[in-house]
Design a protein around this ligand. Structure first.
Ligand code: BG6
Length: 488
């Protein structure tokens, strides 16, 4: 077991993500006694302020974002005592030197660094740390997505950071991997004998992955415009989910075995081109409408100018490998949808022969479905055929019924943790299993670039959909052409 980091340097500490997720997660870990003792957080941002002023902002953030059952003035005060603020601007060597001095005064154990900054600052920050003598073989560095905006730029970032840190020291964050529900996909597949023999093209007709959000832009226009749903959601979160659904069983639950299998699945994604994007992808952008009864302004209206950025994307993906040949993976994600809902549907094939035909009665059997709901509530539902009660004079009548497992009920009493709690603890303890390896990021970008290039070459534009609907009708046609339909 690697040594734990007793010091965490957090860049971007004044930002929204730090306030909503990182500090509350660290606070929860501290309350549960999971952080090393002593533990120090060196928080850094561009704004000049002293420790007391910064701690006051974190106290406010904890009031809003910490779990109510853990909130307690004495514990908050003890937590804030571990926080030191150090203003640092990228490129300012003197400020990096001052940061290093404060870090070294806290001890000489392994340091963990968390970059919760815009990606353009990843390389300059890593360089500033190295110049200040803060990069040792035991230093760990975590980076938020997005790593680049395409394969070439992701390579630049990875090369710059990789010149100073070995791959085992780099923790690329995809917060979906910190979600219990996403980790549970592995438990479901590899902790049960039941599914694995059927988990392939002989029994599975197709797979659907939906990540629908009710939120719209939420003041993130400057980041989002020009990026869009393909790069914001599919490139990372959805492809990580897909890789866990599609991968071969790893030999062990360790960082190398798991990531080796995920990357093989990602590399088998069939690239798209200017011809195939027409039939295999749909781009949408929401216009004004109503989500859950609230009026929502259209994307372009909120942006203040017309835009060709997609807020919805639907894709039909193929994995060219032995297990999945002929099994389409339909992916769909969008903003301003009717419900917040992340779900995976495994659609099984029909039985090969129905024995339930008699006296002209031959109601078709519904093929089995496995529905894994990731959020908002965690639920697994297996739809099976059951006999309808009755005397069956016209033949046995069957009806679909669901076997439901609500994980919230099954694990009642367990606090559902923020995804970042798990990821921060793994960073502090040096376990990279739930972080994205460089080759995974590159395989993800390779496929995404093929789609983006196909859109550019074919001039495929966004299609409008009303906010509060399930996207443009072309998104529905994408799957219905194949005789299937989205599971809503
Ligand atoms: C982020 C995206 O990575 O994930 C956001 O940039 C998106 O656009 C968010 O809203 C969704 O995360 P979650 O945990 O709310 O599903």
């Amino acid at each position: 077991m690697p040594d734990k980091s007793a010091t965490l340097i957090l860049f971007g500490a004044t930002g929204d993500l730090a306030h909503r997720m990182v500090f509350p997660s660290l606070y929860h870990l501290q309350c549960d006694g999971l952080l090393p003792r002593p533990f120090h957080i060196l928080a850094s941002g561009r704004t000049e302020m002293d420790d007391a002023a910064f701690r006051a902002t974190i106290a406010e953030a904890l009031k809003t974002y910490a779990a109510a059952e853990l909130f307690d003035d004495a514990r908050v005060a003890a937590f804030l005592d571990t926080v030191i603020y150090c203003p640092v601007a990228a490129g300012d060597d003197a400020q990096f030197a001052a940061l290093a001095e404060r870090a070294k005064a806290l001890g000489d154990g392994p340091v963990a660094v968390y970059l919760s900054t815009p990606p353009s600052l990843f390389a300059p920050t890593a360089e500033g740390l190295a110049k200040a003598g803060l990069v040792a073989p035991t230093t760990r560095i975590a980076m938020e997505k997005p790593i680049g905006k395409d394969l070439a730029s992701s390579r630049e970032v990875n090369d710059a950071v990789g010149a100073l840190f070995h791959e085992e020291q780099i923790f690329r964050v995809d917060h979906y991997l910190g979600k219990e529900t996403v980790q549970n996909l592995m438990a479901l597949r590899f902790g049960n004998r039941l599914f694995e023999p059927l988990w392939n093209s002989s029994a599975i007709d197709h797979v659907q992955i939906t990540v629908a959000e009710t939120v719209g832009l939420e003041g993130r226009v400057s980041y989002y415009d020009g990026v869009g749903a393909l790069k914001d959601m599919v490139q990372n979160h959805m492809l990580q989910i897909l890789s866990i659904i599609a991968m071969e069983p790893p030999a062990r639950m360790d960082s190398t075995s798991v990531r080796d299998e995920k990357v093989k699945a990602l590399r088998s994604l069939r690239p798209m081109n200017a011809d195939t994007v027409h039939t295999h992808s749909v781009r949408g952008q929401y216009r004004d409408g109503a989500v859950k009864g609230k009026l929502v302004a259209g994307y372009a209206e909120e942006l203040g100018k017309p835009s060709d950025t997609e807020t919805f994307v639907a894709l039909k993906a193929h994995l060219d490998n032995w297990r999945w040949t002929g099994v389409p993976f339909y992916l769909r994600t969008g903003k301003a949808m009717p419900n917040r809902q992340s779900e995976i549907l495994i659609q099984f094939k029909p039985v090969t022969h129905s024995i339930f035909r008699r006296n002209g009665y031959h109601k078709p059997l519904e093929p089995n479905q496995l529905i894994i709901r990731l959020q908002p509530d965690e639920n697994i539902r297996l739809c099976i055929m059951a006999k309808q009660p009755g005397l069956d004079r016209d033949g046995v009548k069957l009806q679909e019924v669901g076997l439901d497992v609500s994980l919230a009920h099954a694990f009642e009493g367990e606090r559902r943790r923020i995804a970042y709690e798990r990821l921060l603890l793994d960073l502090i303890e040096g376990d990279t299993t739930l972080f994205v390896r460089r080759d995974e990021v590159e395989a993800q970008w390779t496929w995404i670039d093929s789609i983006a290039a196909g859109w550019r070459a074919s001039g495929q534009k966004v299609v409008q959909y009303a906010a509060g609907t399930w996207g443009p009708s072309a998104g529905i046609a994408l799957i219905e052409r194949d005789g299937a339909s989205w599971y809503d």
